[in-house]
Design a protein around this ligand. Structure first.
Ligand code: F6P
Length: 503
């Protein structure tokens, strides 16, 4: 039997369980509330409200063993070429520790440590100036991770306020720069390739606005392009092709994080991620949170055929987590061919979306409770509050618990409009507190889950050729938009005519 056959076989288990409500499944096996829960230090995960039973779980762990998930983790963290279409390793784990001791990992680790030392020196030098604000320019993996962590953890008393510009829409730059003083601002242009149109255009805007190149920094693998842009090596931090863009916040791409939180906090973020690296690598499959999370994702997709997956942080500081995970998960797993180029033949990534509770309860939760589509959800909570408003925190946690319970159990009624079907699966992830360390753990957990899902589906989690076509077409159309040539496509030609007429 092939892996595809095993995955297709999950639907038979789902079929077997279809007649039983989730509430019944849980009542019939109350020990699952504890047995389906795992802990790694301050990170707790509970999978008891997923729509599987122990028999289906056995099938999932059987698949995990057949797919050699443990060996795959070893290969990824050991520096193997897990991105064969680009001939690269994916060694983001080496940015945060020595999960394995291969020569490649140790060499990568040495480069990472040297870069961290330079980050510390540059921050100390900048702290000795009048600069109060930093503008970070980047997009995708060169923006979303730093933006998430800064938004989650920066405090008003920080030495630097950090702002982000990503969108090529000039309004993004205009709005950020409007409130800043160029003489007290430094810019950081972050681009792995230093060839991304949006970042180069926005970088140029910031550079012109600063009026003084001496406060412009860069992070990139491509030192030549950075030099051509006019930023000298002493203000350039390195990146390497063994780090994928969407896995890069742990590298110098995290420079804005280190500026906003301080280098010590940045290192705590790395330590948290390293703890999950060790857990994902060494914990046996049944005690491994990353493995449970990945198997659950595959169960919901290939067993239950869920088309979307929600991520619902119940902490306002994590409101950008869904945006971040959309790139991490969907750019990694949005693939339709296997590593050998053959059709994958099972459903791969669902659409990931979400937002912070409790706001989202008053927007899209109606559809989660009574819509025709069942949407599995990851609920994320933080046990300790970092504010003095105890009543609010109690209400927040009560709502978090209430939603997971109501979605799972539903409620019967003679009135069909007031009937809640229940059976809506969720995973609960709890952090003891929101700190650099626990946020590092949470993000690294998702990274490993994504990789393990890719192994189960036999796809490459580390390339992203799908985003290239749109970029190429946009480059071809730029001269057409500027009236220098006609577009080839008839619909585009018609729309261009409208644009040129000022519609
Ligand atoms: O969106 C496509 C992409 O290639 C992402 O993978 C990447 O994170 C982003 O563009 C930015 O790329 P760069 O860091 O090279 O500017």
């Amino acid at each position: 039997m092939t892996m595809r056959d095993w995955l297709v076989g999950l639907a038979a288990h789902a079929q077997r369980l279809a007649g039983q409500s989730l509430a019944t499944l849980i009542q019939a096996d109350p020990a699952r509330a504890q047995d389906f829960a795992l802990r790694c230090g301050p990170l707790y995960a509970n999978f008891a409200r997923q729509r599987y039973d122990r028999v289906a779980l056995d099938a999932l762990f059987d698949i995990a063993a057949r797919a050699d998930l443990a060996g795959a983790m070893q290969r990824q963290l050991g520096g193997d070429t897990v991105n064969p279409t680009e001939g690269r390793a994916a060694l983001h784990s080496a940015l945060r520790g020595e999960a394995t001791a291969s020569a490649f990992v140790l060499a990568a680790r040495a480069q990472a440590m040297a870069a961290q030392l330079r980050m510390r020196e540059l921050i100390e030098a900048l702290a000795a100036t009048d600069v109060t604000d930093i503008v970070s320019v980047g997009i995708g993996g060169s923006d979303l991770g730093p933006r998430l962590v800064v938004d989650a953890l920066a405090t008003p008393d920080a030495r630097f306020r950090v702002h982000f510009i990503s969108n090529v829409d000039g309004n993004a730059a205009r709005r950020v720069l409007a409130g800043l003083d160029p003489k007290k601002t430094a810019g950081v242009v972050i681009s792995k390739t230093f060839g991304t149109q949006e970042t180069l255009l926005n970088g140029q805007i910031v550079r012109d606005w600063l009026g003084d190149d001496s406060r412009l920094y860069a992070v990139s693998t491509n030192a030549q392009r950075v030099a051509d842009f006019g930023i000298p090596p002493e203000r350039t931090l390195p990146m390497w092709d063994w780090v994928g863009g969407r896995y890069s916040l742990w590298s110098a791409v995290g420079f804005p994080i280190a500026l906003a939180l301080g280098m010590d906090c940045f290192e705590q973020l790395l330590e948290g991620a390293a703890a999950i690296d060790a857990h994902a690598l060494h914990a046996p499959l049944r005690q491994n949170i990353a493995v449970w999370h990945a198997l659950t994702a595959v169960w919901n997709r290939n067993g239950l055929h869920a088309a979307t997956q929600a991520v619902l942080p119940y902490d306002d500081r994590l409101k950008l987590l869904p945006n971040y995970l959309q790139q991490l998960v969907m750019e990694s797993l949005g693939k339709r061919v296997r590593l050998d180029g053959s059709d994958v033949q099972v459903e791969t990534v669902p659409v990931w979306w979400g937002g912070a509770g409790t706001d989202t309860q008053h927007s899209f939760f109606q559809a989660l409770h009574q819509g025709t589509q069942v949407v599995p959800a990851d609920f994320i909570g933080v046990v300790q509050a970092d504010h003095p408003f105890a009543a609010n925190h109690a209400a927040l946690l009560a709502n978090l618990l209430a939603q997971t319970e109501a979605l799972a159990n539903g409620q019967n009624s003679d009135d069909p409009h007031r009937r809640y079907p229940g059976g809506r699966p969720s995973t609960l992830l709890l952090l003891e507190a929101l700190t650099p360390q626990t946020l590092g753990m949470l993000i690294a957990l998702y990274e490993h889950s994504v990789f393990l899902q890719s192994v189960l589906w036999g796809i490459n989690a580390f390339d992203q050729f799908g985003v290239e076509l749109g970029k190429q077409v946009a480059n071809r159309l730029l001269p057409a938009l500027q009236g220098e040539r006609e577009a080839d496509d008839p619909v585009t030609r018609a729309v261009l005519a409208e644009l040129r007429s000022g519609a």
